[in-house]
Ligand binder design. Structure first.
Ligand SMILES: Nc1ncnc2c1ncn2[C@@H]1O[C@H](COP(=O)(O)OP(=O)(O)OP(=O)(O)O)[C@@H](O)[C@H]1O
Ligand SMILES: [Mg+2]
Length: 452
């Protein structure tokens, strides 16, 4: 635990110009972000005063950047335009959204079809002279890192927009990246950076515990979150994901209580009941492979038919058709000895002596030893043999291989200096590949040497 004393509640910090009641409401909604919200409020200053031209807010995913900014701007009723750079893919769309939010539809309609930066500045100036700012206007740009891919000057203009349009205006850039990765090589005005650190485990506990279920006590929910974090914190610190997991598994946690088998205070019993369930859910963290409803159904099937092979056997990541075959071919190449390829994949392979083919020690051990590396040409040879229809070796096949590497379903194992002869390993489990094979009606077991 850090020894720094807690900051006073927001409404007790000095933020003149804002109603105390509103500050109280803001503070109520922003647990564990008092410091950042307070800092931001100090930077914003009184509403009618000019503020900084640009503030750069950065921190990891789900560290509350958007949330804090939105709560502040909404509760304090400050004029603002919130724009996601992922949605506004061109500068024109961005200008339109800004004008629309700050000055209304008429202003947005005056933009020419392909507006330049100076068109935007001109129209903005025109409208602000008709409606001068009584309080600071804010432009919030989410996923600001995408601005770097737009017009080269856009970023440098946005950080000094206040000066260009001569308005009481502040631009808030929100991003997961640090400012160093933004700085254009032509140089530009430096915005003021404001960091949002990751939530600690205790903070996550505090935030998540507030979502308590109305029909159960707050203590029960808090102890549930405690168990949940105990299991998931090691692999996932994303507040959004944890919240999703918490909602998904809470009914299961309460089951013994609703069925009358345990009291709310029997924490140990409840823990024993939920722990195996949560461990299983761990396999799907971030994937969102299943909806809450599907998940429940699967659990039901499982209790009726006894435990099955774990979640990944039921679900699969959705892959393109040929990628599935590529992955299957990679699996076969990783787990079959190369000398058996002829027997499996050549249609008229002639006679191969059974004794020679089956080496005693080798059999059944391949899966225990783990995947072996294989060269690209072997992968392709097996691939063309298992795909029934003919496919030409196109660039798309190669790009699908690299996508599989990116998805970490395949791993590239050759040294960097062997550019011409890349080697791969298949990185998926037996359950996974069986599930994938089933979706394309391919009986993979028949082709695995270990299961012959
Ligand atoms: N202090 C908090 N109290 C309650 N809920 C919070 C808090 N911080 C974040 N959240 C919730 O967590 C979720 C993620 O937060 P937010 O969208 O602000 O993350 P972000 O930092 O903008 O992430 P990204 O970089 O992915 O945009 C939101 O649904 C938000 O409501
Ligand atoms: Mg955000």
């Amino acid at each position: 635990m850090s020894s720094s004393p807690l900051p006073p509640p927001l409404q007790q910090q000095r933020h003149p110009g804002y109603e105390e009641e509103r500050l109280r409401r803001v503070a109520e909604q922003l647990p564990c972000r008092e410091v950042q919200a307070g800092m931001l409020l100090s930077l914003m200053g009184e509403p009618q005063q000019y503020s900084l031209p640009c503030i750069f807010i950065y921190g990891h995913r789900a560290s509350g950047k958007s949330y804090v900014v939105n709560v502040l701007l909404k509760e304090l009723e400050l004029p603002h335009a919130t724009i996601s750079c992922a949605e506004c893919i061109t500068a024109a769309l961005l200008f339109e959204q800004v004008l629309l939010a700050l000055f209304g539809g008429d202003a947005a309609a005056t933009l020419p079809r392909y507006p330049s930066l100076s068109d935007f500045v001109r129209i903005y100036r025109h409208h602000r002279s008709r409606a001068p700012a009584e309080q600071t206007r804010y432009i919030v740009l989410e996923k600001a890192e995408l601005l770097r891919d737009m017009d080269a000057n856009l970023l440098s203009v946005l950080v000094r927009l206040q000066e260009l349009v001569e308005d009481n205006l502040t631009v808030l850039l929100l991003s997961e990246l640090v400012w160093d990765t933004f700085r254009p090589n032509t140089g530009c005005l430096e915005p003021l950076p404001l960091h949002f650190p990751d939530y600690t485990k205790a903070e996550l506990h505090q935030i998540l515990s507030r979502d308590r279920h109305p029909s159960y006590s707050a203590d029960l929910y808090a102890s549930y979150i405690h168990i949940l974090l105990g299991i998931f914190y090691a692999v996932c610190r994303d507040l959004r994901e944890l919240r999703h997991l918490a909602a998904l598994n809470f009914t299961k946690f309460c089951e013994p209580v609703t069925e009358g088998k345990a009291k709310e205070s029997d924490t140990h019993k409840l823990w024993r009941n939920i722990e195996p369930h949560l461990k299983k859910a761990m396999q799907t963290v971030y994937l969102r492979e299943v909806s809450s409803l599907e998940w429940e159904k699967m659990q039901q099937v499982e209790t009726e038919t006894g435990p099955l092979r774990g979640l990944s056997a039921h679900t699969h990541v959705e892959l393109p058709f040929y990628s599935k075959f590529l992955l299957i071919a990679a699996y076969l190449a990783s787990y079959n000895p190369a000398r058996t390829d002829k027997r499996f994949f050549v249609k008229h392979h002639g006679k191969i002596k059974k004794t020679k083919f089956l080496k005693k020690n080798e059999k059944t051990s391949n899966h225990l030893l783990g995947p072996k590396p294989f060269p690209l040409d072997r992968l392709l040879a097996i691939f063309y043999s298992v795909v029934d229809s003919r496919v030409a070796p196109t660039a798309s096949i190669f790009s699908q291989i690299s996508s599989l590497v990116t998805l970490q379903l395949l791993t590239q194992v050759s040294h960097v200096d062997q550019l011409d002869a890349p080697k791969y390993k298949c990185a998926v489990s037996m359950d996974f590949i069986c599930a994938v094979s089933r979706t394309v009606n391919f009986d993979i077991i028949k082709y695995l040497y270990d299961f012959l």
